[in-house]
Design a protein around this ligand. Structure first.
Ligand code: ZN
Length: 642
């Protein structure tokens, strides 16, 4: 059997505000049979924990999903009726969000089908009223479970968020419960509560329910263990085998000390071609930032692209000493940077269907300080998104002329990747805090300032002749592709993700607004950049790219000063003035132009299917890739029995 490889970024489904793309696992066929087996087993482990995440995201998620899946499967009525189609769309959205709340803005998804259709359909599928009725308000009443995560001031974030990390516990109680487990970094203690739900007994006593093979989610965790046990003997080297065995031990017993030992081994293993993430990792969905959402990612090194990143990392010292910031704020010895460009082979849990394009782990601060971290950029996901963006018509509608469009077509992919490499490998690692300044001094503005710092470091150096000397860029024009794209996005295009009447919320979006608006305003008198109107539409024109680079340098110096000195008032002023507000009429114009292009603002992916080929002894001799599965079929296949 042989399946042809599709084009990366092909759109295979479209619903609500979402489109589903395919990514391709380039280079898979060149791996050794053992490496392919390893990927196969790790990918099964990556799929096995999916329902953990659904349950973490909300207590009703699995019930609602299973009910809808059953109706979709059994429904005897017309499948092209508007109510049925609306129900199918709702289910597709729920699959995408891993729950009943929007993956990006946390609001509850509201269905476009009627309760009466739903009740009737459920009855025709022989479902019992007792199964359906308790879920009606969960699905249809906007005031029930309105938000996945609620951080509104004055409301208890634990009692008003739908995430299933705390049961009947107030914020004050959770704070008091975990306070004794929070230690300074130098004590080298595990992150408290990372792998457990906090519940209150009827007597009012708080206790943790640990997610492990003997605790909560035992059936799902045992499946993960089953596949990890098969993966271990296929590991790339002895250290990786030990790493996988330690992860199994963690899943069995639930000890976070074991998880830390595992994380240290994992971060020290830089040699394995095939690598993975599997566990309770990111804490963004917990209002208190303690609980890890379950996720998995399986990937292998893209060797050619990693060489490119290695050239950048090796030059870290040069870039640091040639950056335009005050020498007092520069790092003296830039070392220990390692960045890998990888090809994703399987997305699971919180990485599926909407994966990050880069990852830097582990999250434990003391492990990072003592043992370093792994930074990966996911090349094939970036390329798929890029290919989709390229034929979406965005450049035709929003770019000023063929000159910019042509640059984007010829150099956009390359310069975009270099921007990411510079941002991830060097930007975040550059600079230093003055003695006595805390990393948390900028408080709620800290993450925007940090992202802006990394972007500015990347933008400034991208235009350096050094990039050509290092063989990373072909000529002195290439960087302009990224400059135009970045500015156009920051000033205009990214507003398509902001709902009408709302302001810019997300940290990276605020960073891009801050950077682009600051330099635009600063260069206005000399018309370095301009917003010009043509046929009633606004366009960005860049008149002087060299001056624009100098402005990026100027802002980089200031932002580094703010960070190094912990200058909270300056950070607040920069962000409040440039990064948040949206001009309503400009916003409306951009939304209207974007709407005509008929592109969904959010994209996710289906995974390929790995088909093991057995030898006469029943062992896996080879693994083949199959790209033929569509979104709904994949989601239905992943459905696990109750
Ligand atoms: Zn960043």
């Amino acid at each position: 059997m042989h399946t042809s490889t599709p084009a990366a970024g092909e759109v295979i489904d479209r619903f609500a505000d979402i489109e589903i793309l395919r990514y391709t696992v380039d280079g898979f066929d060149d791996l050794l049979p053992r490496q392919k087996r390893l990927i196969y087993y790790l990918s099964m482990a990556a799929a096995a924990g999916r329902d953990i995440l659904f349950d973490q995201n909300g207590v009703y998620n699995l019930q609602v999903r299973r009910l809808l899946e059953t109706i979709r499967e059994r429904y005897p009525g017309r499948r092209d009726a508007p109510d049925f189609l609306a129900m199918e769309t709702y289910l597709k959205r729920l699959w995408f969000s891993n729950g009943i709340h929007h993956h990006h803005d946390n609001e509850k998804l509201l269905p476009d089908f009627s309760p009466s259709f739903f009740v009737n359909a459920a009855r025709r599928c022989n479902l019992l009223a007792t199964e359906i009725e308790p879920l009606l308000p969960v699905i249809f009443d906007p005031s029930v479970c309105p938000k996945k995560m609620n951080k509104n001031k004055g409301e208890d974030p634990l009692l008003t968020s739908s995430v299933n990390f705390y049961r009947g516990v107030t914020r004050a109680e959770a704070d008091a419960f975990y306070a004794p487990a929070i230690f300074p970094d130098d004590r080298q203690r595990p992150a408290p509560g990372l792998n457990a739900r906090l519940v209150k007994d009827p007597g009012g006593k708080l206790r943790e329910e640990t997610w492990c093979a003997r605790g909560l989610y035992a059936n799902l965790i045992n499946k993960i263990i089953y596949w990890l046990d098969k993966a271990a003997p296929e590991a790339d080297n002895a250290r990786q085998e030990e790493t996988i065995r330690l992860l199994v031990e963690f899943y069995r017993e639930g000890s976070l000390e074991t998880f830390d030992r595992y994380s240290i081994l994992w971060v020290q293993d830089a040699a394995s071609r095939v690598d993975f993430i599997n566990g309770f990792i990111e804490t963004y969905s917990d209002p208190l930032g303690l609980k890890g959402a379950w996720e998995s990612l399986v990937y292998f090194t893209n060797e050619e692209a990693t060489r490119r990143a290695a050239i950048i990392c090796k030059s870290a010292g040069w870039f640091e000493s040639n950056s335009p910031v005050d020498p007092r704020f520069k790092k003296e010895n830039v070392t220990g940077l390692s960045a890998r460009v990888v090809t994703a082979a399987m997305l699971g849990g919180d990485c599926f269907p909407s994966p990050p394009i880069g990852v830097n782990l582990p999250n434990s601060n003391w492990i990072r300080e003592l043992h370093g971290s792994k930074s990966i950029t996911i090349e094939n996901i970036i390329r798929a998104r890029d290919a989709r963006a390229r034929d979406s018509g965005v450049a035709r509608e929003f770019y000023w002329s063929d000159l910019e469009r042509d640059l984007e077509r010829r150099r956009g992919l390359l310069t975009g990747r270099l921007h990411t490499d510079l941002h991830e490998c060097l930007g975040h690692g550059s600079g230093r805090l003055l003695p006595g300044v805390s990393a948390l001094a900028l408080k709620e503005y800290g993450d925007v300032i940090e992202e802006a710092r990394a972007d500015l470091f990347a933008l400034y150096h991208l235009a350096d002749p050094r990039m050509i000397e290092l063989g990373l860029l072909p000529d002195e024009e290439a960087y302009k592709a990224e400059y135009y794209k970045f500015m156009c996005n920051g000033l205009l295009l990214q507003l398509v993700r902001v709902p009408p009447g709302k302001q810019i919320e997300e940290a990276h979006a605020r960073d891009r607004a801050l950077v682009s608006r600051w330099v635009h305003e600063r260069g206005a008198a000399d018309r370095v950049t301009e917003l010009r109107e043509r046929d009633g539409k606004l366009f960005l024109v860049i008149n002087d790219y060299r001056r624009l680079r100098a402005l990026f340098g100027e802002l980089l110096a200031e932002i580094q000063r703010v960070k190094s000195e912990g200058d909270f008032p300056a950070a607040a002023a920069l962000v409040e003035r440039h990064a948040i507000r949206v001009d309503p009429s400009m916003h409306a114009g951009i939304l209207a132009r974007y709407k005509k292009l008929n592109i969904a603002p959010y994209a996710g992916f289906v995974n390929p299917v790995y088909r093991p080929l057995l030898d006469p002894n029943g062992c896996i001799a080879d693994v083949q890739l199959d790209y033929s599965e569509d979104y709904a079929s994949q989601m239905s296949r992943l459905r696990s029995p109750e």
